[in-house]
Write a protein that binds this ligand. Structure first.
Ligand SMILES: NC(=O)c1ccc[n+]([C@@H]2O[C@H](COP(=O)([O-])OP(=O)(O)OC[C@H]3O[C@@H](n4cnc5c(N)ncnc54)[C@H](OP(=O)(O)O)[C@@H]3O)[C@@H](O)[C@H]2O)c1
Length: 286
């Protein structure tokens, strides 16, 4: 199969590139500009460019990892957020329809309000941030389009990548002797990017239809995540300060308790999440 990746230099995009490079599939790696892992420039807000790239490469599947994934930035840069997370999805839908491409799109636990997690795919969304609203609208237009699609929702993704994420941030801070403030009133099922990428590849291979929840299997608050990292790497736990969300003054509201029920993905995508502790092994080398 020919698989086109958007946002290939991002956390998920680069892991997909790595895993697909050693698979039987052909990869068309694209990024906002032609740099890093991106062999081809594809700005998903550029309708004309999408049509040109799809017409030229004729992929079977397009995995859209490109997004504005910074939750606080979406609160202040609403137009950028909507253009990328919603309007651009409309352009991708049109082009995928025209060139008969199966669309795999990544969404988020932030479409839920966090009052009744863990959530199953059919639970009612109620986003409490602009990011969540934009991602839900992106989902809606895909579902209403009648295009063959997979929507993969995920939670707090981490892995080895140049850009900071929860695990790399905590590990690096503690190694440098710097204190970290971590909330104990936001609960998540953090997701190893390798697991998420494998689920995307499984969905692509099967051209699976519908919405799937993909995350780790352990519900942890941020303080517990930090403590597990400190224990695993024998770092100083006393540098971790337990705080409350209200002390952070973040621009966007966060759901309190998310987490996913993973039965559908386990059954239909053969999804096997890595335990949080085992997943930390990948950070040993960095
Ligand atoms: N990370 C998480 O914790 C998390 C949780 C739930 C859901 N998700 C979802 O998972 C998906 C992947 O997230 P990620 O963590 O891999 O994000 P990421 O590391 O920020 O990667 C996103 C990539 O998209 C690119 N991009 C942004 N605007 C673009 C445009 N107009 N055209 C082409 N590329 C563009 C970015 O490039 P630049 O660097 O040039 O901006 C970046 O390389 C997103 O849909 C996100 O909403 C992520």
């Amino acid at each position: 199969m020919k698989i086109l990746i958007t946002g290939v230099n991002g956390l998920l995009g680069s892991k997909l590139f790595e895993l697909l490079s050693t698979s039987e599939h052909d990869i068309i790696s694209t990024g906002r500009t032609q740099e890093g892992l991106a062999a081809t420039a594809l700005d998903i807000t550029n309708e004309k460019q999408i049509h040109q790239v799809l017409e030229f490469h004729k992929p079977d599947v397009l995995i859209n990892t490109a997004a504005i994934a910074d939750v606080d930035l979406c609160e202040t840069e609403k137009e950028l957020c909507w253009n990328t997370n919603v309007k651009a999805i409309g352009h991708l839908i049109d082009a995928c329809k025209k060139f008969n491409v199966h669309l795999i799109h990544i969404s988020t636990d932030y479409i839920f309000d966090g009052t009744s997690g863990p959530y199953k795919e059919s639970d009612s969304p109620n986003p409490i941030s602009y990011y969540g609203k934009s991602k839900l609208e992106g989902e809606k237009i895909i579902i209403e389009s009648n295009l063959n699609h997979t929507i993969i929702r995920t939670i707090l993704v981490y892995g080895v990548h140049a850009k900071s994420n929860i695990v790399s941030y905590v590990k690096k801070s503690l190694e440098n002797g710097n204190p970290v403030n971590l909330v104990d009133d936001q609960h998540r099922m953090p997701t190893l990017v390798d697991d998420l990428a494998n689920a995307c590849i499984s969905a692509a291979s099967k051209k699976a239809l519908g919405v799937f929840h993909i995350s780790g299997e352990q519900m942890l608050n941020y303080y517990e995540i930090g403590s597990s990292i400190a224990d695993y790497f024998s770092l100083d736990t006393s540098l971790i300060n337990k705080i409350k969300t209200s002390e952070l003054n973040q621009k966007a509201r966060r759901p309190e308790l998310t987490g996913f029920i993973l039965d559908k993905a386990k059954k239909e995508l053969n999804y096997k999440p890595t335990s949080f502790t085992n997943s930390l092994e990948v950070f040993k080398k960095v």
